[in-house]
Write a new protein. Structure first.
Length: 266
């Protein structure tokens, strides 16, 4: 996908070096339709430049900062030297991600997807998530619910979610905690079993979350949560322990949470 229109001043753009002259470098903008910018020799690199070709090569992919846009004269002034390594790396990764997302759009809707449909779906994802790639990632993690606030048809949502779950590698994090379950009553074992079922969620855990509770050594149990991000993982860990606490309180037992493992052997 390439954007129509013009980039904004201050924006970072990805381009390919098309032509090198003594006075500067012409760059074709990879993200914009039919747009070309000029990097003046003074903006190619810091310090005095004897030969521009010592710093860039024809066909090289570069990240530039937009210095000025003059739509009347069809001119875009760019700078390479104003982009640091961190910005360069992040922008290239974002660009690669959007290239992936463009391929996923073709997988979801077919190579013959019309421009109008593509634009509608892309604009909805951009408005809701900031990028098409992030839209696919959220669809892979949360399913159709991630797209509830978009103005997309049910069929489009289904195609996006199916494609996302088949192609997007979702980053996951894992958090672990421990809970000591004690029940001195006559039904102690049964009570602990109920507490463990509650801790595991009784089958009511979000699709994007993996939660398991395992025995470590009396009275200790490990609660491990795998989720797309730390906030979700920590929240699910806390809820798991709280569910166990409620059950244990009802039978006059105790559930003591701690981060570090207490028993030596499993």
């Amino acid at each position: 996908m390439k954007y129509s229109g013009w980039p904004d001043t201050g924006e970072l753009v990805v381009g390919k070096v098309d032509e090198i002259e003594d006075f500067g470098v012409f760059v074709d903008l990879e993200e914009y339709e039919d747009k070309r910018g000029l990097v003046h020799v003074s903006e190619v690199a810091s310090g005095w430049i004897k030969n521009v070709r010592d710093h860039v090569n024809t066909g090289q992919t570069v990240v530039c900062k937009v210095l000025d846009v003059d739509e009347g004269s069809q001119q875009i002034d760019l700078s390479i030297k104003d982009v640091n390594e961190h910005q360069h790396s992040d922008k290239i990764q974002d660009w690669k991600n959007e290239q992936k997302a463009d391929k996923w759009m073709s997988l979801a809707f077919g190579e013959d997807m019309g421009d109008e449909q593509y634009t509608h779906v892309a604009n909805e994802l951009l408005a809701e998530f900031g990028s098409i790639y992030d839209g696919f990632e959220q669809a892979a993690i949360h399913g159709p619910e991630a797209l509830d606030d978009t103005d997309l048809a049910d069929e489009d949502v289904e195609r996006l979610v199916e494609t996302a779950r088949e192609n997007v590698s979702v980053p996951y994090v894992t958090v672990t905690g421990y809970v000591d379950l004690r029940n001195p009553g006559k039904d102690g074992v049964d009570g602990i079993k109920e507490a463990l079922k509650a801790a595991e969620g009784n089958g009511d855990i979000p699709d994007e979350v993996e939660l398991d509770v395992t025995y470590v050594g009396a009275p200790e149990y490990r609660v491990r949560v795998k989720a797309p991000n730390y906030k979700t993982a920590e929240s699910q860990l806390e809820e798991s322990v709280r569910r166990a606490e409620v059950v244990m309180e009802d039978i006059s037992g105790t559930a003591d949470f701690h981060r570090e493992r207490h028993t030596d052997d499993e």
